[in-house]
Design a protein around this ligand. Structure first.
Ligand code: ATP
Ligand code: ZN
Ligand code: MG
Length: 302
């Protein structure tokens, strides 16, 4: 049995995660949720004074806006669409027949207007663009959403439905890159308070296919993405628990996000992987929260 199977098994045995029979799709215990709630409070103590506007979107988004986002160009392998039965009574009969004999009953399901949200910030950009030009101070938003990515895995830190807390900043290049740097520093400080060893490294997204290789290189060469890594299932390959993304003016151009003077907004977002941070804490300090070091408990629960 390899390391990562055994950590997942221990999480199941302790009840912190609840097996559903699907890799990457887990229930969470009250204790697990309590750690996430406490960690989000810690985020608030670091970011609360910045005056971000809070918004919460459900884990599904408008399919037309998803199409416009270009997600299918970059990550078709990760997307999840929502389909429903839209047929007649006769169609219903053949659907049940199909299920009865174990045939594929999903092939006649029709696409709905909803796609599962791939990252918490996706519904934000078109929402803000609709308001017109940004105020002089730019925009700062606080988001949290369940996100879906089709990447089934036995690694408990790679789930298919997981929560991402994000801050998104819109403004000039200087403004949004300063924002990103501030959160890199805060991220390191937060994890220090939690007794977790971190490294920060440049990163890249798994852009699909041959054309994607160029986007990977561009992202790396221009330092567009950094990650805060913490060992969870492997010390050699620590897990990204936060990411810090600078989109230049690409989202501003795509969505029509403009500053007060009409120039195109630059944007940046920082994301916390909430399950990953909880898992890092359980992995590092043990599965019993009562046994965690006093200073870590204090940082989380006061
Ligand atoms: P990875 O390189 O591990 O696939 P990512 O670069 O795809 O991560 P982002 O797209 O930057 O991750 O998402 C923001 C944050 O969401 C990540 O820093 C991570 O903490 C979390 N996250 C991403 N994918 C998953 C997943 N499959 N399960 C749990 N958390 C995730
Ligand atoms: Zn984002
Ligand atoms: Mg990924």
């Amino acid at each position: 049995m390899d390391m990562q199977t055994s950590f997942l098994d221990r999480l199941f045995e302790s009840g912190l995660l609840i097996d559903t029979g699907v890799d990457g799709l887990y229930g969470r215990s009250g204790q697990f949720e309590d750690v996430i709630t406490a960690f989000e409070r810690l985020i608030d103590t670091f970011g609360g004074a910045d005056g971000a506007e809070a918004m919460r979107f459900p884990p599904g988004m408008n399919v037309a806006l998803f199409e416009k986002s270009g997600y299918m160009k970059s990550f078709p392998q990760l997307a999840g669409t929502v389909h429903s039965f839209c047929g007649s009574e006769l169609d219903h009969m053949s659907l049940l027949q199909c299920m009865e004999v174990g045939d594929d009953w999903t092939k006649d399901q029709k696409a709905t207007d909803i796609v599962l949200t791939p990252a918490a910030c996706y519904p934000l950009y078109p929402t803000v663009a609709k308001r017109g030009n940004l105020p002089k101070t730019g925009g700062l938003f606080d988001l949290q959403s369940y996100c879906f990515r089709h990447e089934p895995s036995k690694d408990p830190a790679r789930q298919q439905l997981f929560r991402m807390r994000e801050y998104v900043c819109m403004g000039t290049e200087q403004h949004v890159t300063d924002f990103r740097q501030t959160w890199m520093d805060r991220g390191v400080e937060m994890m220090k308070q939690l007794g977790l060893d971190v490294t920060i490294d440049v990163a890249n997204d798994p852009f699909f296919g041959r054309a994607g290789k160029m986007m990977v290189n561009n992202q790396r060469d221009q330092n567009l993405k950094f990650e805060l890594l913490i060992p969870i299932t492997s010390t050699a390959n620590p897990t990204a628990c936060m990411s810090f993304n600078y989109h230049q003016d690409s989202f501003g151009l795509k969505w029509g996000l403009n500053l007060e003077d009409g120039s195109v907004a630059h944007t940046a977002c920082v994301g916390f992987g909430l399950e990953r941070i909880a898992l890092a804490l359980f992995h590092h300090h043990g599965l019993d929260v009562k046994e965690w070091p006093a200073n870590v408990r204090k940082a989380l629960w006061g």
